[in-house]
Design a protein around this ligand. Sequence first.
Ligand code: GLC
Length: 570
Amino acid sequence: MTELKWWQKAVFYQIYPRSFADGNGDGIGDFQGMIERLDYLQDLGIDAIWLSPHYPSPLVDCGYDISDYTSVTPEYGTLEDFQHFLDEAHQRGIRAILDLVLNHTSDQHPWFIESRSSRDNPKRNWYIWRDGRGGGPPNNWYSCFGGPAWEYDPATGQYYYHYFFKQQPDLNWHNPQVKEAMFGVARFWLDLGVDGFRLDAIGTIFEHPALPDHAVKSSQLELYRAWRSAPNAEEREAAWKQQEKLYEYQVGQPETHELMRSLRALINEYRDRVLVGEDDDIAYYGDGHNELHLLFNFPLMRTERLTPAWVRANQQARLTALPLGAWPCNTLGNHDSERVFSHYGDGQNDAAIARLSLALMLTLRGTPFLYNGEEIGMTDLLLSDIHQFRDQLGIWVYQIEVEVLGTPPEEAVLLAAHAGRDKSRTPMQWSDAPNAGFSPAGVETWLPVNPNYAQGVNVASQLADPDSLLNFYRRLLRMRKQTPALIAGDYTPLHEDAPDYLAFLRSSTADRQTCLVVLNMSDQAHTLRFDLGTDTARLVFSSHTYHDSTTSDPSCLSVVPFEVYIAELN
Ligand code: GLC
């Protein structure tokens, strides 16, 4: 195991800075707040932080629209505060990677302001400008956030391209100056000591150079309608797949690989840094050594229920497809998705399912990414007042529903709350004090606090309760650190037809350790027979305390409903 890199052993924790900790009491998270909570994170047992964007931004896309790549938004503090945060994290043995948004800038970035100022401005070609066609945009492409991908700019009589919001113009990566400038940005932060980057939306960096029309007959709106009225997850996924075809020439272009290789070469100049791509396409691992270190296994999270069959099929597909030397990376939630607790819960056994979800992350092969607040079981907050929405995506859905599809506003706001991303971005719940201890009483937080902080969904109450989800996280994270097979080991599925439970081995020859993992994903008890050539399994961890002995016979192993059972075999 000593041969593994830190990022192969680490558990990452995503901080969404706006909502993590408010140090100056203005209703918005900041670096002071984050610094004060580093002891909490160290005690929780995570090893690395992924920080969502902390840069100056007009906040059209909650920070993913950056107007200055080499400083800190004043709302969060100063560059000195950032450096302090990084040093304090490092002192605690916690690494920190930043979010690097390469695809686009904010329309308020000086590069774009220059670019749009005249057709012959030296920065004109830093973005994608084209003449219109027949009185309309240059082609039929859509923005993935809704509406056309082209915005007409009357000042110079041309259109510019944006895959995301129109306030997020795409950079022209065919222009070497763009690459040089962005690599300069990467170096700036690497020189300050950051441990790597989570690369935002890498699949959208290049567009087909000929800008061909997509061939889909249905409009984006028709496909949206099909998606939102789909009766189940499978049909929703099918509708989603159909929608993806709209963007055929806007994503996944071959040039991306060359860029990933040069980013890898850049990062290799520094010691021990990591690149994580926001994409699930394993092609971005390159040959396993020459593109990105990690790519999220997003397919795992695209289901309503984490069933054993689902997980097995996912692992089978994913692990066998990885190139030699590539390292897996699993996650179940982030700032764009539902909260894990809300997403996979069945309404009856949510607390048990939340524990199993964590156990899954910490026992599957690969680097786990957790999202802040998950450890206390924070749930989606569905806002019912459109004026409280901050995510423009939710607002767009609301407008389309009401203005185009004629949906009654009460219904539209619910659909928008589900489709938008504010639901999982609400302030971290630190205690049962007003405002969940995130901000002082009486301060209006940037997004409302989920009122369930008063029902025990907060850090302070859960720290005091030995049976809380938070303490389960702490125990399981500690156990993982001390169990090398769970970090370095191979994955071998067992009982592959079992509908109720997931069983597998993690085995590391170098560490001479083999672990049996059983995740009982049902409300039924089971007596299981594993023929593993040994009659002794030494208990490493159980979510339940009924085991009367620390050893069991795997050929006759009892597990209780929703049990997480981990044992060492040799
Ligand atoms: C990524 C981010 C998302 C953002 C988008 C555009 O998908 O995770 O929050 O809206 O990129 O930058």
